[in-house]
Write a protein that binds this ligand. Sequence first.
Ligand SMILES: *[C@@H]1O[C@H](CO)[C@@H](O)[C@H](O)[C@H]1NC(C)=O
Ligand SMILES: *[C@@H]1O[C@H](CO)[C@@H](O)[C@H](O)[C@H]1NC(C)=O
Ligand SMILES: *[C@@H]1O[C@H](CO)[C@@H](O)[C@H](O)[C@H]1NC(C)=O
Length: 425
Amino acid sequence: MGSPFKDNHPSNHSLAKKLIPWTFYAMLPLVLLRVYFYPYPPHQTTATILTASSVSPPPTLSEDETSCDYTDGKWVPDRRGPLYNGSTCGTIKEGQNCIAHGRPDMGYLYWRWKPKQCKLPRFEPNTFLQLLRNKHLAFVGDSMARNQLESLLCMLSSVSAPNLVYRDGEENKFRRWYFESHNFSISVYWSPFLVRGVEKSSTGLNHNELYLDHVDERWAADMNGIDMVVLSIGHWFLHPAVYHEGDRVLGCHYCPDLNHTEIGFYDILRKAIKTTLKALIDRKGHDDKGIDALVTTFSPAHFEGDWDKFGACSKTKPYEEGEKTLEGMDSEMRQVEVEEVEAAKMNSMQLVKFRLEALDVTKLSLMRPDGHPGPYMHPFPFANGVAERVQNDCVHWCLPGPVDTWNEILLEVMKKWDYESRREE
Ligand SMILES: *[C@@H]1O[C@H](CO)[C@@H](O)[C@H](O)[C@H]1NC(C)=O
Ligand SMILES: *[C@@H]1O[C@H](CO)[C@@H](O)[C@H](O)[C@H]1NC(C)=O
Ligand SMILES: *[C@@H]1O[C@H](CO)[C@@H](O)[C@H](O)[C@H]1NC(C)=O
């Protein structure tokens, strides 16, 4: 057929259904896209809590924990609450600092993800730092990568203070912190496609340009200095774009004014991840130091109706088991990512110094419609009463919030890797 809509499950995923999210995103005003998807100007204070890092024995795992499926579970109440709040940590982007912006309900902070077959331990900052002693961890991707990085920084800050040691001049797109206590560096690289891309904002055009067979060197050139990388992309692929491969234009997405074929974005996301993982394997899979890589899967948004209408994502509790199923675009995006990770794992099985895993957070995040800033992306949005029109962020996550769980799972993957490598010695 050659159409972008080739589909194995016609009943489930009709053309109309697929088009809805595209059109929806295409219609979001540009200004909002900026607010949503660009990093923010600097707002920095250094965390102040500092406790001596204790050297504890290497973490141990039960058999049950080495094989747990963390994706299958439910949210259960947890009285303990988060490890940090909006004022103990200085690195939360303002639009996600819901407590500081006056979000009145606190219930969303008191849930814990309970996998069906095992226990997901509470985040242990000391264990995390210990596993990455003398190492460099990089988050690479879009504003979801930043959201996850900031959650991690806040949790680590509860035991050891990081110093911001690098920040690029513009918009906080590239930053690096150093934990002296563990000689550990953590950084964030802005790269919303992972492959080479030209963002529409820098051209004045109405679409992005993607070069699918070239990894984005703005981060990839630093690969040698990185020990572990967390890749996190997705939402930028929904925007209007023209796709290049080699010397030719493959097609485009949502470009009615251009003479290119609409080819959607699922296969494009697939190509981008394939190119990226291949670059990691080719450049790092054979050297002594190697690299560990994780791909954070697609993070669902929870708009109900218009983005600028009061109550666009106003739930205050997680969905209950069975109340919401993973389907449509959220499911397709996740599936592309998981499949590409599995394919790359197959291609790199003989490599000792390359480890790869999907950080499969799509389902557990889908169940948290209560975790977004909503109107609290701006400070005290209702200070002058409730207006019918108010901007809502139902894409990113409040910090503290559900993203903290992503990092709990990240730590479990690291513990598993550590356990396996020590068993092999
Ligand atoms: C945040 O945590 C600090 C330290 O535990 C505490 O002093 C402060 O009152 C908390 N702030 C809020 C808004 O809960
Ligand atoms: C700190 O870590 C780097 C690698 O990230 C290593 O080259 C260096 O030797 C370490 N420094 C100390 C004092 O261990
Ligand atoms: C659009 O592309 C087709 C096929 O490549 C070509 O025949 C046609 O002339 C193009 N139209 C314009 C307006 O460029």
